[in-house]
Design a protein around this ligand. Structure first.
Ligand code: BGC
Ligand code: ZN
Length: 371
């Protein structure tokens, strides 16, 4: 089978011949890969910032944003059948009996760090033709979402953030009063940092949850991304023309900031203007080398205390977030089908993967069409 892999020891990104997997346990499912999304994480692995092959292997097959069609199921598989579309989860539990989250199917909150991640950490990913995985890590996707289902895994980042936002804000009476036709965030201001896939999908999820949502990103208006964001009813403001202080004056109390840029400078500048009882969610992972930046620590600490603020980091996602992503992607497609489809800016073959992974980043979400 063809596969796209990294060899960190030799510092190579290569197309390899990878053995085809076979079902070896009753709970396993075999699927044919249809598509694999490419993201910043993959590009960082290809710069050898991180990314580890399975123990005893030289190569790590890349790809953690997958979509497949089931070809075969083990004898103990009941929920999934051949022909189903599936999106695999990324992380698998560590093996320590004392790790409560992993033992309770919440490896996204693993306490030991010894989890593995498909296509990232010690477990082969999806940039190959066939994959075998356990039923419990696969989410069945309705056929109607076939052409956009590859956006599900990046959307789970936003969904996990939203689940936590609602949970944490239960500390006060934060949900908005019930108004017919409006979702529970309707009285709250949310700011999304960045207009990449994580930012745009986050803005869509916040919008569906009712938040008055603004994307705050670098490029001056108008540009392709500002037009795209405005096409689903979210305001776009450029950080080139509007400072964080001006942004806060325009919006009033900023209740939520959802960071999807992976850079600390703009993040901490906006943290300074987070509102009363506000929650700031970091999802981006700054890449190496990590530059030193100056942060207004005293002011931020003062605000965090006097304004009851929360700063939250979130990584990976559990089954609840995958299910929320399937649900929300369905809503996105009812409301903004053209916009959702336009997030996928290119489909390429496995043979083009090296160029996409190593060349300059282009488009919004580029996808390998493996089928
Ligand atoms: C993936 C996560 C993963 C993280 C860190 C992200 O790109 O979406 O599932 O946990 O990288 O490895
Ligand atoms: Zn990713």
């Amino acid at each position: 089978m063809n596969a796209v892999a990294v060899n960190p020891r030799k510092r190579e990104v290569v197309l390899i011949d990878h053995p085809a997997p076979e079902i070896s346990a009753g709970t396993e499912v075999k699927f044919r890969t249809l598509e694999v999304g490419i993201c910043g994480t993959d590009r960082e692995i290809c710069r050898f910032d991180y990314g580890d092959p399975p123990i005893g292997d030289d190569h790590l097959v890349l790809g953690h944003e997958g979509l497949g069609e089931v070809t075969e199921v083990g004898s103990d598989v009941h929920r999934i059948k051949p022909g189903d579309l599936v999106v695999p989860m990324v992380r698998r539990p560590c093996h320590h009996s004392h790790c409560v989250p992993c033992r309770k199917d919440r490896s996204d909150f693993c306490m030991t760090g010894d989890f593995v991640e498909r296509g990232i950490k010690q477990y082969h990913g999806f940039m190959t033709e066939y994959v075998v995985d356990h039923e419990q890590y696969l989410c069945v996707v309705p056929p109607a979402l076939r052409d956009v289902a590859i956006l599900m895994e990046p959307l789970t980042v936003a969904e996990k953030a939203l689940i936590q936002i609602w949970q944490i804000q239960k500390r006060l009476d934060w949900e908005c009063p019930v108004v017919e036709g409006k979702a529970p965030g309707h009285c709250r201001q949310a700011v999304v940092l960045g207009a990449g896939p994580i930012g745009i999908l986050g803005a869509m999820a916040l919008k569906v949850a009712g938040f008055q949502t603004t994307v705050y990103s670098r490029s001056k208006v108008p540009n392709l991304k500002s037009e795209l964001v405005e096409s689903f009813g979210v305001r776009y403001i450029s950080s080139e023309s509007t400072s964080p202080e001006e942004l806060a004056r325009m919006l009033g109390n900023i209740d939520v900031v959802y960071e999807g840029v992976g850079g600390a400078k703009v993040s901490f500048d906006v943290l300074k203007v987070l509102g009363l009882n506000g929650i700031f969610v970091f999802t981006g992972i700054p890449g190496f080398p990590l530059p030193h930046i100056t942060v207004d620590g005293e002011l931020i600490m003062r605000n965090m205390v006097l304004k009851n603020q929360v700063a939250l980091g979130t990584v990976n996602a559990g089954r609840d977030a995958f299910e929320a992503a399937i649900h929300d992607l369905g809503i996105f497609m009812q409301r903004w089908p053209g916009t959702v489809r336009s997030l996928i800016t290119g489909r390429f073959g496995l043979k083009d993967a090296r160029g996409l992974l190593l060349g300059a980043a282009t488009g919004i979400k580029n996808v390998l069409d493996v089928a």
